[in-house]
Design a protein around this ligand. Structure first.
Ligand SMILES: Cc1cc2nc3c(=O)[nH]c(=O)nc-3n(C[C@H](O)[C@H](O)[C@H](O)COP(=O)(O)OP(=O)(O)OC[C@H]3O[C@@H](n4cnc5c(N)ncnc54)[C@H](O)[C@@H]3O)c2cc1C
Length: 381
């Protein structure tokens, strides 16, 4: 039934809970699902959408996102206290896309294709219960619960305007480890939009978030130390806490999509590209079988390698700068993109393994196996 109570044409009824990246990216492609009637529900309890940038490497199927992107860079850097590597890919540049530009585009496409959008946050009374409704296929994109002690990617980013031209708009800074490493793996991510404007994020991979002032102090110190910028204007602020690891769905009875459907890459926190891939696969499956099937966009081997890397980063974070630097030096820009985007073949995976120092990874793998056994015994006891 449509919101005005009239009957819609008979197709498979699909209801998506949430109106974030995954929900809207799927709704935007409703025209490719002619046999489906899609309803998108902004759920009760949903927080106000906060603006931020999605960074991702371009590739097939991402044409709409790359067209809408605010900026792109064919070169990016990984830097440590003693060394740095510049990687380049003209075929697969790195893009920055504003969240609002993508969601506005998706809403427009969804509306044009007849997707019904309900806003539960405006409803009075009980509202729509996210319970299984007979005959309706539901997808839940609300974030899954994050277990205590899980590895997190946590950051605060400031979009800054410097008083003088100091940034190099040709090169994005993917990871600059020349910041305090005492709270875990910590780097600055800097997207230079112009010689005077950049998004500068203080980013950590660790189980504990920091006080807001710690991230801000790291950004201030970094800009002063490496760009001679001690005064700057803050144009925008963004903050994120992204769980790194495999998560249980928010509601086991409802199919998950997006972060709630395993789309976040555990070793990097990147999700935008994987959400698009998850949706591509689901639409392809619907074309073949008639039913949207949302599955993990990651390969088992990539998840296994990510689990070892995360174990290393959790227990031996001091090895992180060297690990990422080595990876950057061993791979071409295109290979680096393929590896991070989950497009690696066995040859490329082997190249990454060979580039890594062996001892931390052997210790990491051993620790993972030991922890797994202990958890199994604890469950059995
Ligand atoms: C600040 C920030 C920057 C990021 N940058 C990048 C990046 O550069 N590249 C990248 O690939 N990934 C990035 N990510 C990770 C990932 O891409 C995003 O989190 C992405 O939005 C995940 O999509 P999603 O649809 O799963 O979740 P969301 O887009 O977060 O959508 C979740 C939906 O659930 C609703 N919801 C949330 N909480 C509740 C609640 N308590 N009750 C009811 N409803 C709720 C929301 O309103 C929304 O409708 C970033 C994440 C953040 C937070």
């Amino acid at each position: 039934m449509s919101p005005d109570g009239t009957s819609r044409s008979q197709g498979r009824q699909v209801q998506i809970l949430g109106d974030g990246c995954a929900a809207l990216s799927l709704a935007a492609r409703a025209a490719e699902l002619p046999d489906h009637e899609i309803t998108l529900v902004r759920p009760a309890g949903a927080p106000a959408a906060a603006e931020h940038i999605w960074g991702f490497w371009g590739g097939a199927g991402l044409e709409a996102a790359t067209r809408l992107a605010r900026a792109s860079w064919a070169s990016w850097v990984i830097a440590t206290e003693t060394d740095k590597v510049v990687m380049t890919s003209t075929a697969r540049p790195y893009f920055a896309l504003r969240r609002s530009d993508w969601t506005t585009y998706c809403r427009g496409r969804a509306a044009a294709a007849g997707v019904v959008m309900l806003d539960e946050t405006l409803a009075t009374g009980a509202g729509i219960e996210p319970a299984i409704q007979p005959g309706i296929q539901q997808f839940d994109s609300r974030p899954p619960p994050v277990p205590q002690g899980m590895m997190l990617q946590h950051f605060i980013g400031l979009e800054v305007r410097a008083p003088t031209p100091v940034f190099d708009p040709q090169t994005a800074i993917l990871m600059d480890f020349r910041v305090d490493q005492s709270h875990g793996m910590h780097f600055v991510y800097l997207l230079p939009f112009s010689p005077t404007e950049a998004l500068v994020e203080s980013t950590l991979f660790s189980p504990e978030t920091l006080a807001e002032e710690d991230y801000l102090a790291a950004i201030r110190d970094y800009l002063a130390r490496h760009y001679g910028v001690s005064e700057f204007e803050t144009l925008h602020r963004e903050r994120g806490v992204i769980p790194l690891g495999q998560l249980k769905r928010r509601d086991p009875a409802i199919e998950g999509i997006g972060g709630n459907g395993g789309a976040i890459r555990p070793s990097s926190g990147y999700a935008f590209i994987f959400i698009q891939r998850q949706i591509d696969n689901a639409i392809r499956e619907a074309g073949a079988t008639g039913r949207l099937a949302v599955t993990s966009p990651h390969k088992g081997i990539d998840l296994a390698m990510d689990a070892v890397l995360l174990t290393v980063l959790r227990h031996w974070p001091e090895t992180a700068p060297e690990l990422f630097l080595r990876m950057g030096k061993a791979l071409t820009g295109d290979e680096f993109v393929r590896f991070l985007n989950g497009e690696a073949d066995w040859g490329l995976r082997l190249k990454v393994v060979m580039a890594m120092p062996k001892l931390p990874f052997l210790r990491g793998a051993l620790r993972l196996v030991t922890n797994g056994r202990q958890a199994k015994h604890a469950r059995a006891a």
